[in-house]
Design a protein around this ligand. Structure first.
Ligand code: 13P
Length: 252
């Protein structure tokens, strides 16, 4: 059975102190009134992970990094390895976010290295895919997104693929206030699930959590999550507001 997941991606926001306060506020709401069957994840900056792990009930909230290095260790100034992330108490790592692909040149080749290291270190990758506006306008979004998966996560063994969470984030909807319609989200999620079924079989496809990301908020989460193939959300801006984030967690 696939899980429902609501993951926050704080991106490059909050100081350490602000982040710990935010995590505490989310923790209070989740432990008091969060839907018990929803897996909650907080994707924090690297600098915050260990403190956020200490600040929350880790039986209830998992912590994610937003990236990890493509090399295991060594002379790579400024990089943070998957083993380091794991040693903080984080359980998840967001990989392949469109902002990393676009601004930091992350290719499928680089992402394959990161995926392998994350999995070797026992982290659960939340792997992002999604098309830019020109691809959506051309109507070739399903081919584009499935090709992103073919170049990366479809190269994994079935066992390793089964450990992933996939997030579909149309780039034109990220931080823009424009959300995919429920039909657009369902159509793409179904296409992704069908492609997984074709590659790894129906059981693996049925068991994979597919999250929607892109201006998902307290108002539209209900409709988006009502789709049969949308198993939760990867939330940017609204994850910085505890009252909105808990509404999203409770939106099923
Ligand atoms: P917004 O929710 O701010 O659009 O961001 C989505 C996102 O990129 C989550 O990873």
């Amino acid at each position: 059975m696939r899980k429902k997941v609501v993951a926050g991606n704080w991106k490059c926001n909050t100081t350490l102190q602000e982040g710990v306060e935010l995590a505490k506020a989310v923790n209070k709401l989740v432990t008091e009134k969060g839907a018990a069957d929803v897996v909650v994840v907080l994707g924090t900056p690297f600098t915050h992970i260990a403190s956020v792990v200490d600040a929350v009930d880790t039986n209830r909230i998992g912590v994610a990094s937003q990236n990890c290095a493509a090399e295991p260790k060594g002379a790579f100034t400024g990089e943070v390895s998957a083993a380091m992330v794991k040693s903080t108490g984080a359980k998840y790592v967001i990989l392949g976010h469109s902002e990393r692909r676009e601004y930091y040149g992350e290719t499928s080749e680089i992402l394959n290295k990161k995926l392998a290291l994350a999995l070797e270190n026992g982290l659960t990758p939340i792997y992002c895919c999604g098309e830019p506006l020109e691809i959506r306008n051309a109507g070739t979004q399903a081919d584009y997104v499935i090709n992103q998966l073919k170049e990366t996560v479809f190269q994994l063994s079935e066992e390793d693929f089964g450990k992933l969470i996939i997030a579909y984030e149309p780039i034109w909807a990220i931080g823009t206030g424009v959300t995919a319609t429920t039909e657009q989200a369902q159509e793409m999620h179904k296409a992704i699930r069908d492609a997984i079924a074709e590659k790894f079989g129906k059981q693996v496809a049925d068991d994979t959590s597919l999250l929607y990301g892109g201006s998902c908020n307290a108002k539209n989460a209900n409709d988006l999550f009502a789709n049969p193939d949308v198993d939760g959300g990867l939330i940017g801006g609204a994850s910085l507001k505890p009252d909105d984030f808990i509404q999203i967690i409770n939106a099923y």
